[in-house]
Ligand binder design. Sequence first.
Ligand code: ADP
Length: 484
Amino acid sequence: MSGVRIIEKMYIAGEWTDGQAKGTFPVYNPATGEVLAHVPDGGSADAAEAIAAAAEAFPAWSTTTSYERAEILDRAYRLMMERSEELARLMTMEQGKPLTMSRNEVAYGASFFSWYAEEAKRIYGETIPSPRANHRFLSIKHPVGVVAAITPWNYPMSMITRKIAPALAAGCTVVLKPAEQTPLCAAAIFDILHEAGVPAGVVNMVTALDPEPIGKEFMTNPLVKKLTFTGSTEVGKILLRGAADQVKRVSVELGGHAPFIVLPDADPVHAAKGAVLNAFLNSGQACICANRIFVHRDILEPFTATLIQRVSSLKVGNGLEEGVQVGPLVDEAALAKMVAQTEDAVSKGARLVCGGTQLTEGELGKGTFFAPTVLLDVNESMRIYREETFGPIAPVIPFSDEDDVLAMANDTTYGLAAYVYTRDLSLAWRMWEGLEFGIIGINDINPSAAAAPFGGMKESGIGREGGREGIEAYLETKLIGIQL
Ligand code: ADP
């Protein structure tokens, strides 16, 4: 663990603290099963204290100039980039993704600080023509107030910066509860914010093994004005219901079930290479990973040949090792889900052509590794057709008709990401218009950046993160009418 700073504390009112935690909980390396650290097992009292600190800091922070806030965010960006190697190693140890992917995530995470340092300076109001001659309208933007944020383990740094950077840029103060699996990555970001000069109380972090009491405090404490969450649709619904009582502002980025459509004119080899990179991204543990790969029957054979060849040569292992492309799954429950979805599909007629089992040989036996898997002839009777997989399985569904595939792609309660491979512009355009998804990649497996609005339709969420929209989520519009 040389060169990696591990902080085993919460961060409240500008101090590293154990808060009122009665004990600690362990943080594991999913590749080795080793305990990396013990962090405070906080609860609602800590959340309440952090919220009070954030509320106290709000008046002063919200009245700083956007130039002052931008300077701090810019410092956070530079610190994060300077420490990128150390941060990437910590992320690989705590979350499991291969080191090259952790480096990408650190850079992606840092980019939210630089993007929103600039956006802070563009929080414009408007003058609006009034229908009355002796009357004028203006609208101005205000920060919403104290923001409570809950983040997941799969992107343990960028999901935090994607919320905190726009919140701070807008002039809000924040209390974060990171996922219980990855509190060390969160603490590393808070270390940077501290060093960048974020004043005491403006950002706070509470940790706990059981997220529920903190979640409750976030929903019921009247000082919290906005809740922002990234995680499962199930938990998102709990938070939406809880936020309703006080009509708190909410942004939720939830699950996905991305269709990946390969049309008959596409280059099947190129598309299959893209499908592998996309479906096995972060071991399949990303809400934008391909979950249903629809391939036209005319090119099914060359597509699946490349897919199987590429998937079976993926190197699985500890992400710190050179050349590893697929890391472990988050925990035992995730492994069990892979086995169950595979068995269910096979029992209903799917063909298992590679993978399909847990990997237990040698060092792999210490972690939670599942073999990269390809299932052919998947159909709508199977669980994997509808349930989020969140693991390294590529299910292939053949199709013959473009209208059919659009209907099949949309036949899900989710609406986050969708992908289309085609060289036909008008076909691409029709697909793009017809797909009920918030993010669409046309011959593109990575349609995301700090500058671009990320988010889903239907049960995949409410609101967008990143881009101009990302800061709007932390601003209220205040209208002023003036009688002359
Ligand atoms: P996943 O299944 O991917 O872990 P979750 O939605 O369970 O997704 O977790 C995402 C985040 O939500 C984590 O920080 C987790 O601690 C938190 N969380 C889970 N359950 C609750 C809850 N009942 N109230 C508040 N936060 C929760």
